[in-house]
Write a protein that binds this ligand. Structure first.
Ligand code: SF4
Length: 728
């Protein structure tokens, strides 16, 4: 029996999987630790992105298929009531009724949808058509806003269009890998293994990792720069300063293919190496070594993820990194380029389909009148139906609930009651929501507590659709089983609501193949042209990288910008000049530590799937806080002691893990655990929502905290100071 081909539904590496049923004639049935039969999953050797490799998440994904599933629609009138089971008709009637009421009383901009990089591209597309097209509001945002919207913003501003320009093959063709703000070894393990093997074999190839923690990624590097949190732009401008001082500039490339250097040159003048080394807390000779390696390498590949993006200056950080590539001509050739590694499995598909509040399908912008007209005409809408205003970002949906401007919130395939910043404030806003729909494959989740209607979604393997990974490779993920009980694919739910709202023709899709056929037409002649990537061709050829045009479907572009023409009006890439601002919340007397948050190898996001997989729970049984031995000694904390961590917004407590992997003055907490999985261990109870003004991505990576050993006296002290804080 031929296995079903798919893509792993966890991270943006997008490894290929092959799936077979639990029972295959003549073979032993695969079973979980409780003896239940489970589908058999292995890496797809024919997948170009992963060549048959998978990590523990991909290998165990089938174990989550039947656990804690939402099986049928449920409703309740108020959050104090219990859910009651209802039919799909009752649930959809209620939703349509409510949408119409809000639309005509408060206006369409009071309706919001918060979606997910777990969507397939077809789900994303139909959601855009419903919210931005039929309803006429751009209030669709996705959890990608919290993950990589700074990368989107940086690519658009530097190159004139979004889209990571590199391919995974560049990992094995580079002379110098510069990783900043990314724990690739744990968060994107399969591509990191590729880089690690290549690096080990090729002694001349250098690898630098910039991270305040000595992560597993940092351990593999030739040089680890443990910069102080928030000093990334100082470092990048300092490297640029040295590249300029030492004459490592590709002046031909800069003259012919870029603009804006003189303003940038004025900025980097202010970042001499002595000052930068001091501000970053690193050695001067290490800074010089990195600049020299960058300048002397013919092919430089940089990689980044949340450590750069989740910052109030996330766009500035990513653009400052891109600037180094523009100075040295490191783009559009093998082994070189600025490579944003996406977190979610289909954050890239979301970008293609217009799945953020400021974009439209086909890498178009809400703010561009021509782009709006193109989409309106394609969708058969009246002129002006698509709003010229960007919609609410994820965090602005929360503040809209606080002010009463949001009258209906539809959350799908994501868990904001764990992943949003300032969680107590988020939860209070969700409690105020007049009407919240929560559409998910799983139940319970932390967010379901705040829903009025629960809609059961089909999950990975129960619907056919496409996903795009970080290197722009599109994989067809075929359904290999029926949706559980009454669950339906997300796109079908959105289409049914569209039809019930009266937009019958707009949402008359026979199947997901028809949805993709429509979407790819909207990418024609756009930077992400996917007209050559149909279901038929994906079934025939396997995964395909875009751009891939139907005029020449056997040709994909492995790298963008090989012709050194960018998507700006004059074809030139833009330097972005940014001074460092540092952290939004600096440590001070009452909150003397910087808390940084991150992910672990085995767990995914808010553990909705991985929390139910025995092997992964054994791997990471409980949350923890990493503290440097010197800080632990001052606090009187020993390994395993509970520590109360408090910020200006909330409190949590974790067992201490004392390690030199973290620098003194900084502590680390994993972001995965929500209220379902541990008591008082929510990292985001502590974080703040201050965001990058260009990307609207919150600074989830850092905030100021105080630590108190968990003793009865310590707890009393914390409670007393909380009381004073509240009464003030
Ligand atoms: S590296 Fe990412 S995509 Fe690949 S198997 Fe692991 S979680 Fe899945």
């Amino acid at each position: 029996m031929n296995p079903t081909k798919s893509q792993c539904p966890y991270c943006g590496v997008g490894c290929g999987l092959e799936v077979q049923p639990p029972a295959i004639p003549g073979k032993a049935t695969n079973r979980d630790s409780r003896g239940n039969p489970i589908w058999q999953v292995r890496g797809d050797r024919a997948h170009p992105s992963s060549l048959g490799k998978v990590c523990v998440k991909g290998a165990t994904v089938a174990e989550s298929l039947d656990k804690n599933r939402l099986k049928y629609p449920m409703m309740r009138d108020s959050l104090d009531d219990k859910f009651r089971r209802v039919t799909w008709d009752e649930a959809l009637d209620k939703i349509v009724n409510r949408i119409q009421t809000v639309r005509f009383t408060q206006g369409p901009d009071s309706i919001c949808m918060y979606g997910s990089g777990q969507f397939q591209t077809e789900d994303y597309y139909v959601a855009q058509k419903l919210i931005k097209g039929a309803l006429g509001t751009n209030n669709f945002d996705a959890n990608s806003r919290l993950c990589m919207s700074s990368a989107v913003s940086a690519y658009i501003k530097s190159f004139g269009a979004d889209g990571p320009p590199c391919s995974y093959n560049d990992l094995e063709e580079t002379d110098f890998a510069f990783l900043i703000g990314t724990n690739t070894a744990e968060c994107h393990p399969i591509i990191f293994n590729r880089l690690r093997v290549y690096h080990k074999k090729n002694k001349k190839v250098k690898m630098v990792v910039v991270d305040p923690r000595r992560t597993k990624t940092a351990e593999a590097a030739d040089l680890h720069l443990a910069i102080k949190p928030g000093t990334d732009i100082d470092l990048l401008n300092g490297i640029a300063h040295l590249l300029m001082r030492w004459g490592y500039l590709d002046t031909v490339f800069m003259d012919e293919c870029t603009a804006g250097f003189s303003e940038y040159a004025e900025v980097i003048e202010h970042y001499p190496p002595e000052l930068v080394a001091r501000k970053c807390g690193i050695r001067l000779d290490d800074l010089e070594t990195v600049a020299r390696w960058w300048g002397e390498s013919g092919r430089v590949l940089s990689m980044w993820s949340m450590g750069i993006n989740q910052s109030r200056e996330g766009t500035g950080k990513a653009r400052s990194l891109i600037n180094l590539h523009l100075m040295t001509g490191n783009i559009g050739k093998p082994g070189a380029g600025p490579f944003s590694l996406t977190g979610q499995p289909n954050a890239m598909g979301g970008r293609e389909a217009g799945g953020l509040a400021h974009i439209l399908p086909g890498y178009r912008l809400v703010s561009n009148p021509q782009h709006r007209v193109e989409v309106e005409q394609f969708w058969g809408l009246k002129p002006g139906q698509i709003s010229p205003y960007r919609g609410r970002s994820a965090w602005e949906m929360i503040t809209g609930l606080e002010t009463g401007e949001v009258g209906l919130l539809w959350i799908a395939a994501t868990n904001p009651a764990v992943s949003m910043p300032d969680l107590e404030r988020t939860k209070a806003a969700l409690r105020k929501s007049p009407f919240t729909i929560c559409q998910d494959a799983y139940f319970p989740t932390e967010t379901a507590n705040y829903a009025h209607v629960l809609l059961p979604a089909a999950q990975w393997g129960e619907k056919t659709g496409t996903m795009t990974n970080s290197e722009r490779v599109v994989t067809l993920c075929e359904a290999f089983r029926e949706p559980l009980r009454q669950a339906k694919p997300d796109w079908e739910i959105f289409a049914e609501v569209g039809r019930r709202l009266g937009f019958k023709e707009m949402f008359d899709f026979a199947d997901s193949e028809a949805v993709r056929a429509e979407l790819i037409e909207l990418t024609r002649d756009r930077p992400c042209d996917m007209t050559g990537i149909t279901y038929d061709r994906l079934r025939e050829k396997g995964p395909i990288q875009w751009p891939c045009r139907d005029s020449n479907p056997d040709v994909s572009e492995e790298r963008l910008y090989t012709n050194l023409q960018f998507h700006t009006a004059d074809g030139r890439a833009r330097f972005g000049a940014y001074h460092a601002k540092g952290l939004a919340e600096l440590p001070e007397k009452d909150y003397p530590f910087v808390l940084t948050t991150g992910r672990l190898y085995g767990h995914w996001h808010t553990m909705t799937r991985t929390g139910r997989i025995d092997k992964i729970r054994k791997l990471h049984p409980e949350p923890f806080i990493e503290i440097h031995p010197r800080d632990a000694e001052k606090l009187g904390v020993e390994e395993g002691n509970l520590v109360i961590v408090r910020s200006r917004r909330g409190m949590a407590r974790f067992p201490a893990k004392i390690t030199k992997a973290i620098t003194p003055g900084t502590v680390f907490v994993p972001m995965h655990w929500g209220a379902l999985w541990a008591n008082f261990a929510e990292a985001n109870a502590l974080t703040h929502p201050e965001s990058c003004p260009e990307s609207l991505q919150p600074e989830l990576k850092a905030c100021a905290v105080q630590l108190v050993p968990f003793t009865i006296e310590g707890l009393a002290e914390v409670e007393e100071s909380d009381r004073v804080l509240v009464s003030n």
